[in-house]
Design a protein around this ligand. Structure first.
Ligand code: ATP
Length: 270
């Protein structure tokens, strides 16, 4: 989606104010922001700063957005890779990319390293040996584990990873000193959907009949990404009709389209 590309690829800084809802996840991540801002506060007392946290939840719920917001709040660089970039690669490429990423991160510490879709490389080892790409995936995973163990605790590099399948991850990733914290990022409830609408309605020129609480009630089961899509789509619908303002009916059309899309997706999955 457009919203997604905007957030991932623009250099624009994101902070917690851009993330609607997810109060608990934000509270847990605020601690990491503190670690990055004032590591001495913890290390002087002999504390060990965690190396990583795993963000777990369904697609489009704001895991990437949260990770970027942690970097934004702490005002540190953000490095990211996606596990899916590492499937079907030539031998050695995955491991060397992981090595390069951590080398860069260590040079720029304090910083955040974000690994999206970590399940693509972090699935439990020794299963699915029928896939030819499997060995290379294992090499990549092993390199990741090596890197996580290799840099010193309190080095200032904090690794955030995202998955919607924590259950299939290799247990080794969850061991102490690796991703020993899990933060749950769930689909938004009614109030959270309203908050997310408010964030994504901000840039639009709206007619007075558009109300965030109404829209929240029309969109049960929608993720934040779906809501961002609805807002963008409704503006495009209104523009096609040469309107000067985006109206309630444009939102309802957009909701119908997204619901149609979601139903199709579910059919393919099931
Ligand atoms: P995936 O698992 O598919 O990678 P994700 O959980 O990382 O998804 P994001 O990429 O962070 O989800 O979300 C996609 C977009 O949806 C965001 O860039 C943002 O525009 C919107 N979005 C999702 N959740 C929220 C939220 N809680 N508040 C505001 N916007 C949100």
């Amino acid at each position: 989606s457009k919203a997604r590309m905007f957030d991932k690829e623009s250099g624009i800084k994101v902070n917690f104010g851009d993330v609607a809802g997810l109060a608990e996840a934000k509270t847990e991540l605020e601690e990491i922001v503190e670690f990055l801002r004032k590591p001495e506060k913890f290390t002087e007392l002999g504390g060990k700063i965690p190396k990583g946290a795993l963000l777990v939840g369904p697609p489009g719920t704001g895991k990437t957005l949260l990770a970027r917001a942690v970097a934004g709040e702490a005002n540190v660089p953000f490095f990211s890779m996606s596990g899916s970039d590492f499937v079907e690669m030539f031998v050695g490429v995955g491991a060397s990319r992981v090595r390069d990423l951590f080398k860069k991160a260590k040079e720029k510490a304090p910083c955040i390293v974000f690994i999206d879709e970590i399940d693509a490389i972090g699935r439990a080892r020794g299963k699915n040996v029928n896939f030819s790409g499997n060995d290379e995936r294992e090499n990549t995973l092993n390199q990741l584990l090596t890197e996580m163990d290799g840099f010193a605790t309190n080095s200032g590099v904090i690794i955030l990873a995202a998955t919607n399948r924590a259950d299939i991850l290799d247990r080794a990733l969850m061991r102490a000193g690796r991703f020993d914290r899990q933060i749950s990022v769930e689909l938004p409830d009614l109030n959270e959907r309203q908050e997310i609408f408010e964030v994504h309605l901000r840039p639009l020129r709206l007619s007075e009949d558009v109300k965030s609480d109404f829209l929240a009630r029309q969109t049960p089961g929608f993720s934040g990404a779906d809501i961002a899509n609805v807002c963008n789509e409704s503006a495009l619908i209104a523009a096609r009709k040469n309107k000067k303002l985006v109206e309630k009916e444009d939102f309802l059309d957009a909701v119908d389209r997204i619901v149609g899309g979601l139903e199709k997706k579910n059919k393919i999955i099931s």
